[in-house]
Design a protein around this ligand. Structure first.
Ligand code: C2E
Ligand code: MG
Ligand code: MG
Length: 505
């Protein structure tokens, strides 16, 4: 029976039951209680009014309940239990009134790509399960403060309050993408989502404008490509323009040899003899000033420039160190950072091997630092490559050890000479006792594998003393020495026992 008829029947039955009981019993009670004819007449009149009052209240209760549930159908989507458009809009307006100045309300339009194909591929039941799974995942992911809506058959709306910074907004989108992928993946594969985003107050100061902006952004994204995302405003393209400009400048800097290298010494513990240097690339941009390698190295990796960077670093290092006669006694070991990407691509690896062959004088001193992610794609293939390069006399170090998921597998499978404890561990060592336990475990494992351990990022004497006591082999960090230009490095005499001007004893 349809729910509407059920409700009507329930109301009618309640009324019929109450009316019948009233007729059956009320006259009898009144006649039993009152015998005087005048009183009886008056009571009968009051009883009539009472009947009207009670039935009217009953009717009000039941009818208002029915109307409320009809109204709810307009507010809440029954299938996904998410808000529908009018309610979403109303609540966005309410939230905009309360939003602090440094925050933004991100209004996000999510569209399932090719939903009609999904319907015909999976059938309606499975397609419905997909919609419900998405709604459930969104509900689990977000707090009650985030508004979730169904805006069309295959469209969802999210109004999310967050700090108004590019990093936060990007992170929210990244997390949303992960959640959507997880929801879709639990039902079927091959589903993608296109996303349009509007930000308050820039793209609209009220719900109506924000929703129309996010919908337009979605339209723009759809025209661009499936699975993409667009902002209503040109925030991303501005950022993209900025990246493209930086990339052009980086290409130019590589071509014109405008990059440089610095050397950060590493020290043996506890006697603080220099064991080697780590070579770090530097870029002094003509307008922007210092650009961190954390910014331009990922850009170089993304646009296939990492082989050029490595070639430059290796050649420049050899040139500077040999011109200054520092290779050997003064600097027994030179560590160069190699991008993860170079280890996972045959052509880049070939380019690296060619570069190394062109610098035979550096090879006996050279150590390549690779990050954990470098080996992740195929650790066995990575081991083969490393053995090949080791045959040329190279040593290997695992940078930022302990920050990835494959530290132990790397230690077991790869021919490693050294690991570098990431500076986040050194930093947290005295804040969290568990970190000290982890460092001890790394040291004991490394000694089992006959691998040397360098602790990175030593900034305090307390850190240095603790690491020395724990038996760490080597140390590197601002406390001991900041990265130096070749001219500064030249001033450190051979076999020098380093004493930093900060007063390190
Ligand atoms: P990384 O290989 O882990 O290098 C260590 C980073 O820590 C360097 O930052 C260094 O300046 C910094 N550092 C050293 N001691 C301390 C300390 O006591 N405290 C703190 N807070 N930091 C310290 P830098 O030079 O900015 O390099 C950042 C990252 O960029 C490097 O991390 C490396 O992953 C990458 N990189 C640098 N040069 C090259 C290069 O020539 N090629 C490639 N592919 N990547 C490079
Ligand atoms: Mg490094
Ligand atoms: Mg590191």
């Amino acid at each position: 029976m349809p729910p509407a008829i059920q409700s009507a029947l329930r109301i009618t039955l309640a009324y019929a039951l109450f009316g019948s009981l009233w007729i059956l019993f009320s006259d009898r009670w009144v006649e039993w209680l009152f015998t005087d004819i005048n009183t009886l007449t008056r009571v009968q009149t009051i009883k009539g009014w009472l009947f009207i009052l009670v039935t009217a209240s009953l009717l009000f209760g039941l009818v208002s309940k029915a109307f409320l549930s009809i109204e709810n159908l307009h507010r809440i989507d029954t299938q996904t239990r998410l808000l529908r458009h009018p309610m979403f809009k109303q609540l966005i307006d309410a939230q905009l009134k309360r939003i602090p100045e440094q925050q933004t309300l991100m209004v996000i339009h999510v569209d399932i790509d090719d939903f009609s194909d999904v319907n015909s591929r999976l059938g309606f039941d499975q397609a419905d399960t997909l919609l419900i799974s998405i709604a459930d995942t969104l509900r689990d992911k977000y707090t009650a403060n985030t508004l979730l809506a169904r805006l069309g058959i295959d469209q969802f709306g999210i109004a999310l309050q967050t700090l108004n910074s590019n990093e936060n907004i990007d992170e929210e989108l990244r997390e949303l993408r992960l959640a959507l992928a997880e929801a879709a993946g639990s039902v079927t594969d091959g589903i993608s989502f296109t996303i349009g985003v509007a930000l308050s107050p820039m793209d609209g100061k009220d719900a109506k404008k924000l929703l129309s902006s996010s919908s337009r952004a979605l339209h723009k994204a759809k025209q661009h490509s499936r699975g993409s995302e667009e902002f209503y405003n040109d925030r991303l393209s501005k950022r993209e323009n900025d990246r493209q400009q930086l990339l052009t400048d980086l290409r130019l800097a590589i071509a014109e040899h405008a990059l440089s290298v610095v050397y950060q010494p590493q020290y043996h513990l506890p006697d603080l003899q220099i064991t080697g240097v780590e070579v770090l690339i530097r870029w002094q941009h003509p307008e922007r000033g210092f650009v961190s390698p954390d910014v331009f190295i990922p850009l170089a990796e993304e646009y296939g420039l990492s082989d050029k960077i490595s070639a430059f670093v290796v050649q420049q290092t050899l040139k500077e160190l040999s011109e200054n006669r520092l290779l050997g006694n003064a600097i027994p070991r030179v560590s160069v950072n190699i991008s993860a990407i170079e280890f996972n691509s045959e052509p880049l690896l070939q380019a690296l091997t060619n570069t190394l062959r062109r610098t035979p004088h550096l090879l006996p001193f050279l150590q390549l630092e690779i990050t954990e992610t470098a080996a992740l794609t195929d650790i066995n293939h990575c081991a083969t490559i490393m053995h090949r390069l080791k045959a040329m006399g190279l040593r290997f170090s695992i940078d930022d050890f302990g920050t990835g998921y494959s530290s132990l597998a790397m230690l077991k499978t790869l021919p490693i000479d050294e690991i570098k404890i990431d500076r986040s561990f050194v930093h947290d060592m005295h804040i969290d006792r568990k970190v000290e336990t982890l460092i001890k475990a790394i040291l004991s494992m490394a000694s089992g594998f006959n691998v040397s351990v360098v602790a990175e990022g030593i900034e305090t004497e307390h850190q240095l003393n603790t690491l020395t006591t724990l038996g760490c082999h080597e140390a590197q960090g601002f406390l001991l020495c900041k990265p130096l230009t070749i001219h500064e490095l030249r001033k450190i005499p051979p076999g020098h026992k380093h004493v930093h001007e900060s007063g390190l004893k």
